[in-house]
Design a protein around this ligand. Structure first.
Ligand SMILES: [Fe+2]
Length: 261
């Protein structure tokens, strides 16, 4: 008889799938993200990534399961040439004491709410993750002061009835079960947005960290006018239909790819 053990998960994320932590209050020198080495890695829009930890300590962003031997997104190897440029970011990623898999800074070019809805995806965080061990979730630390931008989280990609919109000023910190929630960022602005993304293993260390920084799921939705919401819904539907038609014409099964980011 097989006993199903299930993964170790955070109770704080059980209801809505995310928590917002206290805002990070310290100034961080923008050199910590601007001077890093970036690689092109398309995910959820026009993006580049600067890894701080990767599968084997190389400057690349591939899922750990795409390496040999394949493994789950745990035990990332810190990249010294990057961590010495970003000591504060590295310290922040390590602060919970939870196991870190991938850790990287994302650079996202400005986009619209409609782009964001089209880009909504789930992450493949727990491939090859052994049953009975900690579920991998992701921390997002917004670095740039993107006062007009917000993270969008949905339980269902095309259903706006459950949509959480989290404001992204500098210092915003949230932890998201990104394998459960569809997610992407709306970045209104003229300059790129930078955000530190860390894969953490759930467990007592992460729970203590969430508690220490007063993690809560009860945050107001970033306010967006009904006009913008409606235009976004229409844009997502239009582009989804265009994508479906494209794959139909090629005689292929349409897939919404699970993203690495
Ligand atoms: Fe993602």
């Amino acid at each position: 008889m097989t006993q199903i053990m299930g993964y170790i998960k955070s109770a704080a994320l059980e209801d809505k799938g995310f928590v917002v932590l206290d805002s990070y209050a310290e100034e961080v020198d923008p050199k910590e993200w601007l001077d890093l080495e970036y690689v092109d890695w398309k995910s959820s829009g026009d993006t580049r990534f600067a890894p701080l930890a990767s599968a084997f300590g190389d400057i690349e962003c591939n899922g750990f399961w795409n390496h040999k031997p394949p493994r789950t997104d745990k035990d990332g190897v810190w990249i010294e040439s990057q961590t010495k440029i970003a000591p504060t970011l590295t310290r922040r990623a390590q602060e919970p004491g939870a196991n870190v898999g991938r850790c990287r800074v994302i650079e996202l070019q400005p986009n619209t709410y409609g782009d964001c809805l089209y880009n909504l995806h789930q992450d493949d965080n727990n491939r090859l993750n052994p049953d009975g061990t900690g579920w991998v979730v992701r921390g997002f630390f917004n670095l740039t002061d993107d006062k007009d931008s917000y993270f969008v989280l949905r339980e269902n990609r095309t259903d706006p009835s459950i949509e959480y919109r989290i404001a992204l000023p500098a210092g915003a910190q949230l932890i998201v079960d990104t394998q459960r929630l569809w997610h992407a960022a709306t970045h209104n602005g003229t300059e790129p947005r930078y955000c530190l993304i860390t894969s953490w293993t759930s467990g007592p260390e992460l729970d203590a960290y969430i508690e220490k920084y007063h993690g809560t799921q009860d945050v107001p939705n970033y306010e967006v006018s009904q006009d913008v919401l409606d235009a976004g819904y229409a844009e997502q539907a239009r582009r989804d239909a265009a994508r479906a038609a494209y794959y139909a014409a090629k005689g292929q099964q349409e897939k919404i790819a699970m993203s690495e980011a």
